[in-house]
Design a protein around this ligand. Structure first.
Ligand code: P6P
Length: 336
């Protein structure tokens, strides 16, 4: 239910929670909000204009870049560079971190890491996709160019994180460490309205999200957990329901609202899993913990991991706390 409070008003009302608040967060989120509106407009036209499909190039991950991947990357970078809060960004679509060198960025205090359009291979088949962002205070001296250390901070140092889901409706969901709040976009007004204040995930859900096509390549503990989910135990609300869209933001958002767990484990071909620690797992983990859930690599808390590389991957288990605990117990019981 929309309370007719806009994102801008809500952020200003809660600005005092943001460390060293001086309107920086509202301006920083304002640039993300602007880029989200622009990307949303193009996604909703996809299919009508030549903006879908591949560009015939690959990103550093070796993944085929979609036209909208690059479009979204450009728009979010431009919006962040146009304000004086951000000194640089790291992106799934950029091999290296990008330093903003305009005078207005010189004294900026923050860096942003992002997956500008996660799940973009789904655009051509009209499945929800999303933008994921993660915000840190820089650790290098203000006034100098950002350094690798600014971007390789552990997830518990995030000052804000969130996502935009471009789905049946477009929503922006974010946290600054004081709860998770969701805003639904009203295109007729051009504003994001507060629709989900203080989102909390149910402690136990009945949805498990994993690509079971990889079953034979999963660790034994994951195979055991999948079979556990499928056992018929009515008093424990099992069997569970399998729901996997192939778009992290969409799977996560549904599980956040209804309760559930998302898993992208290690496999033989991807020993560190597929998802990237810095701009997928850390922001999603921050949101999940703020919503009362858990996020681990199957053993270690995601937010405690010390990053070593910009695009490093990590196995990922995120969702209702009791369900994450159960996965970790199976992995402990059946170590590889
Ligand atoms: P698979 C999209 O490429 C993504 O990064 C996530 O959004 C999604 O959950 C996952 O990969 C899907 O990967 O291997 O199951 O197709």
């Amino acid at each position: 239910m929309s309370t007719m409070r806009t994102l801008g008003e809500f952020v200003v009302e809660n600005q005092h929670h943001f460390p060293h608040a001086s309107g920086e967060l509202s301006s920083l989120l304002g640039s993300i909000k602007l880029a989200a509106k622009i990307v949303n407009r193009e996604i909703n036209k996809a299919g009508l204009v030549d903006i879908t499909g591949a560009v015939g190039a690959e990103n550093i991950q070796g993944e085929e870049q979609q036209k909208l991947d690059l479009y979204a990357n450009d728009k979010f970078k431009a919006a962040l560079e146009a304000r004086d809060q951000v000194c640089g960004v790291a992106s799934e679509e950029e091999d290296e971190a990008v330093a903003f060198n305009k005078d207005l960025n010189k004294n900026a205090k923050y860096v942003v890491l992002m997956d500008p359009l996660d799940g973009s291979s789904n655009i051509d088949v009209n499945v929800s996709v999303g933008t994921i962002f993660s915000i840190y205070r820089r650790v290098s001296p203000i006034g100098s160019a950002p350094t690798q250390e600014d971007f390789l901070q552990p997830g518990h140092k995030q000052v804000a994180a969130g996502y935009i889901i471009y789905g049946s409706s477009t929503m922006l969901v974010y946290t600054t460490g004081n709860g998770v709040h969701g805003f639904t976009y009203d295109p007729s007004l051009g504003v994001f309205c507060l629709s989900h204040e203080s989102m909390m995930i149910p402690k136990l859900g009945t949805i498990y999200s994993i690509n079971e096509g990889n079953y034979i390549r999963f660790p034994t503990g994951i195979k055991k957990y999948i079979k556990y989910c499928q056992e018929n135990v009515p008093e424990e609300h099992r069997p569970y329901t399998s729901r996997y869209i192939g778009s992290l933001v969409a799977d996560f958002h549904r599980n956040l609202l209804k309760g559930g767990i998302y898993l992208y484990p290690s496999t033989e071909s991807h020993p560190n899993g597929k998802l990237r620690l810095l701009y997928e797992c850390n922001p999603i983990a921050f949101l999940m913990e703020q919503a009362g859930g858990k996020a681990s690599d199957g053993k270690n808390r995601i937010l405690d991991l010390k990053p070593t590389e910009l695009h490093q991957r990590v196995p990922f288990v995120v969702g209702s706390p009791a369900m994450v605990d159960k996965v970790e117990s199976f992995l402990e019981q059946y170590p590889e």
